[in-house]
Design a protein. Structure first.
Lengths: 198, 179
């Protein structure tokens, strides 16, 4: 029955229905899931690891794990939180691997982070005195990279991926209160990093 | 609404959809106005991060193919592990057909060489016979397992295994498998 479900019908399915349909043998279901989440996921991993090729590879690995372990998925959880959790674990593993591989690089980065206080104009949006937008984004990325993982992950999931506090809590296995306090702290640290020393 | 409450709201919820009381305080308080501007700037920059990277155009097709290939490999690996475990378990409690003969052959080479060899040959003939007796539509390889106690057991393993890939994915084609 599921085999005969066409692509157009499958696209209208919700995430949980897609997983069920995939397990029943619908050949389009997994493809639709991939296409639904691929950009968000690659972007999320890219913002964490900072390397596009690696982000694509880890994104692919995330979906392979979803495919392999689809039968373990429980519909009481949201699919998005499950897939973000897999991606987060893979990205963190990669970050840890890198840290182990290159201590000198880590030290260099550490000292750069300590020394840099990244300025950002906040006295109104005057184009004359504002930094170039691309430059600002690079500064934000640098500031984000300098945050401890526990703050960075919460910030990325909530502010960039636009997950709710509850969803972030599910992904990271934290209470909503902890998510809010970490987010608060992350924003505070970012403001400090991005604020020009007067 | 005091400054602490405004800061809490701005940090938790951002600048969008703020209560009127918060907005009123922001307009009146320079410190909170500054915080509001900083949070708003951060939100604008976050917007840019949302589109920082996109998956390549062939991402989904690559992922789907890789997933099926990985899944087949994973299943095959598990199948192999199960078979190996079964063999290890059997070899632990039993003696495979011919193994005891070989042991005796090496231990008692001078006296029982011919008899052991003939046993092995007769064993091979018996295996060959059982192969010829097999169902012509489903070929089997027979493995005779002799336990230390109890009667020997004959395990029939299909000589040919057909894997239907058409139900998996049209892009995955298993052309030939051999061992």
């Amino acid at each position: 029955m599921a085999q005969s479900t066409g692509l157009e019908t499958t696209i209208s399915f919700g995430d949980n229905a897609l997983i069920s349909s995939h397990l029943e043998g619908n050949e389009y279901a997994f493809q639709v899931l991939v296409e639904r989440y691929q950009d968000k996921l690659v972007n999320y991993i890219y913002n964490l690891v900072g390397d596009y090729e690696q982000a694509v590879d880890l994104g692919q690995e995330t979906f392979i794990r979803v495919f392999k372990h689809a039968h373990r998925y429980h519909a009481k959880y949201q699919f998005s939180t499950w897939i973000y959790r897999i991606a987060t674990n893979l990205a963190l593993d990669e970050i840890r691997r890198r840290k182990r591989r290159s201590r000198s690089f880590t030290y260099r980065l550490f000292f750069q982070q300590e020394e840099q206080d990244i300025p950002l104009e906040h006295d109104g949006p005057s184009p004359e005195c504002s930094l170039d937008r691309k430059e600002q984004i690079q500064m934000l990325q640098a500031a984000l990279n300098s945050l401890p993982d526990k703050y960075r992950l919460v910030f990325m999931l909530r502010e960039v991926q636009e997950l709710s506090h509850e969803e972030v809590g599910e992904v990271l296995k934290l209470s909503v209160g902890t998510v809010k306090s970490r987010l608060h702290r992350a924003k505070k640290l970012l403001r400090q990093k991005l604020t020009r020393v007067r | 609404m005091n400054c602490q409450g405004v800061e809490q709201q701005l940090m938790d919820e951002g600048t969008i959809g703020l209560e009127a009381a918060v907005l009123q305080h922001v307009h009146q308080c320079p410190e909170c106005r500054k915080l509001y501007d900083e949070v708003a700037t951060l939100e604008q920059l976050n917007q840019s991060l949302r589109g920082a990277a996109r998956a390549p155009s062939d991402f989904s097709s690559k992922v789907v193919s890789a997933s099926f290939v990985s899944w087949i490999g994973w299943r095959a690996a598990w199948g192999l592990i199960v078979v190996l475990l079964a063999l290890v378990t059997l070899s632990d409690s039993s003696t495979f057909w011919g193994a005891q003969d070989l042991k005796a052959f090496w231990n008692d080479a001078d006296s029982s060489l011919e008899s052991q060899r003939s046993e092995s040959i007769s064993g091979a003939e018996s295996a060959s016979r059982s192969e010829s007796d097999r169902d012509s539509s489903i070929p089997y390889v027979e493995v005779k397992v002799e336990g230390r106690s109890g009667a020997p057991v004959v395990v029939r393993i299909p000589a040919q295994i057909e894997v239907l890939t058409r139900d998996l994915h049209p892009e995955v084609v298993l052309r030939q498998a051999s061992y």
